[in-house]
Design a binder for this molecule. Structure first.
Ligand SMILES: Cc1cc2nc3c(=O)[nH]c(=O)nc-3n(C[C@H](O)[C@H](O)[C@H](O)COP(=O)(O)OP(=O)(O)OC[C@H]3O[C@@H](n4cnc5c(N)ncnc54)[C@H](O)[C@@H]3O)c2cc1C
Length: 468
């Protein structure tokens, strides 16, 4: 036996599990089939201009408590920044700019006053937002079966939210956090998100902005942490088969031909990869692992554009003045000013990332068509950009960016504890009560690590003798 705990998958969930185990002096082997860590949250260096490019822009929030703990453990907390208070700018092509800005009043009045300040909505619409606030304070999404059967759109209608309220506020928040259309996704999960974000402390509702490429914040420092704790991190290595005997994982076959016999195994692979770990007879015996068809994926398309600054600058400023902005009435949901976020221009070009969530209908479009649409939308919202010349672009279509949290999906999300005594499930799709997010992934990884640690208290041989 070479290592005691095997973590399958080096996405955020697997990294969180491995880091927590390593911090508790357990011996970990982490295997990742790709040549990079981070899974669906990674970055690469653009060969032409040297910028870090994320596979998709990620926003986090102050209520991502587990994520912030992980970042602290691996030393990358300084590479993200927390807004002093929630501030999101919305832009409408005709009505212009409006802001959701939490005030200095006590929680939750800080946010209510922010909502009342949304100038894109009429006064009566703004007042009716308070109904949602009141419903949130009372809601118990885990036990409310009526809420669990509702879509976000149905829930908002039940609270008499006008079309303007839905279009100019709630829908963009729902699509941004749940990554699919509000008339499909679960109201109870949306309520969970809103409660965590808006009913906690002031900092819980503020945005956390990554200042570096995702791999520099998650994958690379996590690998350094693991290796410095004596753990084995293997890239380009996949698990081919998990073998079960007597209700336990007995051995695991790797793509290298090696067979390992860990004391415990944490699977941190996505739902569509879980059944591939087992042979057919095992899947028949343990249908809990054969659940890929219970979930539907939802895509995200990110358009990375580099503009010639001589033409893009107006009076020396970028034509997108904010670090990030939500677009109303547009197929593009968010624009991120990456140049501003990463602390200024390095190569004379201005770098923007444009995000389309729930992007099913854009998957079939050619990349050039998507770039043309993105540039046209930029010009519509920021007419100052009309002379800016696109020098370089990437379109990244993440077809299986997240699972779509449709009504009814919650019941299929499995617990971290399985019927096998030494096999645990992590991943953003497991039962975290959160949508598919970094926070859900980290939370699931920590939950599995804690379960392993509980078991290990009774089995001292789990301990890594060489660990510090
Ligand atoms: C474009 C995009 C934008 C997003 N935006 C946000 C955002 O703004 N905020 C937010 O919080 N979240 C966001 N998310 C969601 C977030 O990235 C995911 O929820 C999170 O990264 C999922 O992590 P995970 O570890 O559960 O899964 P994954 O990242 O999928 O990791 C699973 C890993 O397992 C590996 N694997 C699979 N099978 C095997 C095998 N047999 N052997 C070895 N390895 C294997 C895979 O290669 C992969 O690396 C976004 C996602 C995308 C794609």
């Amino acid at each position: 036996m070479k290592k005691s705990i095997l973590v399958i998958g080096g996405g955020i969930a697997g990294l969180a599990a491995a880091v927590e185990l390593a911090a508790n002096n357990l011996s970990v082997l982490l295997v990742e089939q790709k040549q990079h860590l981070g899974g669906r949250a990674f970055s690469f260096v653009d060969k032409k201009n040297g910028d870090d490019v994320d596979n998709g822009q990620h926003l986090m929030m102050g209520c991502y408590h587990s994520t912030l703990r992980l970042l602290n453990m691996i030393g990358s907390l300084p590479d993200v920044s927390l807004q002093p208070a929630l501030r999101v700018v919305f832009r409408h092509p005709e009505k212009g700019k409006t802001e959701l800005h939490a005030s200095s009043l006590p929680v939750p009045l800080h946010l209510l006053s922010g909502l009342l300040g949304l100038k894109s909505l009429s006064l009566s619409d703004r007042l009716s937002l308070l109904r949602v606030g009141a419903a949130l304070m009372k809601a118990k999404p885990e036990s409310d079966e009526r809420l669990q059967r509702m879509t976000v759109s149905e829930w908002l209608l039940s609270l008499h939210q006008s079309e303007a309220n839905r279009k100019y506020l709630w829908d963009i928040l729902a699509i941004g956090t749940l990554n699919d259309a509000p008339d499909r996704v679960s109201a109870s999960l949306f309520v969970n998100v809103l409660q965590a974000a808006f009913l906690g402390s002031r900092s819980d509702s503020a945005m956390v902005i990554p200042r570096k490429g995702l791999s520099r914040i998650f994958g690379e420092p996590a690998a350094d942490f693991l290796r410095s704790h004596g753990c084995d991190v293997r890239l380009n290595t996949s698990v081919e088969r998990v073998v079960i005997r007597k209700n336990k994982v007995s051995e695991v076959k790797l793509s290298t031909g090696e067979v390992v016999t860990p004391d415990a195994v944490i699977s941190a692979v996505p739902y569509f990869d879980l059944p591939k770990l087992f042979d057919e007879p095992t899947l028949r015996k343990f249908p809990e692992f054969n659940i890929a068809d219970r979930f539907v994926s939802s895509p995200i398309v990110t358009i990375h554009l580099w503009f010639d600054m001589e033409h893009g600058a107006v009076g020396g400023n970028d034509f997108v003045p904010e670090e990030f902005v939500a677009l109303l009435h547009s197929p593009i949901h968010w624009i991120f000013n990456k140049t501003k976020i990463s602390g200024g221009r390095k190569n004379g070009l201005s770098y923007l990332s444009l995000v389309i969530s729930g992007a099913e209908k854009f998957l079939a479009m050619k990349k050039e068509e998507i770039v043309a649409l993105a540039v046209a939308e930029l010009r519509r919202f920021f007419p100052e950009s009309k002379n800016a010349v696109v020098r370089h672009s990437h379109v990244i279509k993440e077809k299986r960016a997240t699972f779509s949290p449709r009504v009814g999906t919650e019941q299929f999300r499995p617990s971290h504890i399985t019927s096998l005594e030494n096999f645990f499930l992590a991943g953003d799709w497991t039962d975290t009560k959160l949508p598919a997010t970094i926070e859900g992934a980290v939370h699931s990884g920590f939950a599995c690590a804690e379960a392993v640690l509980r078991n290990s208290k009774h089995q001292s041989r789990f301990k890594n003798p060489s660990a510090r």
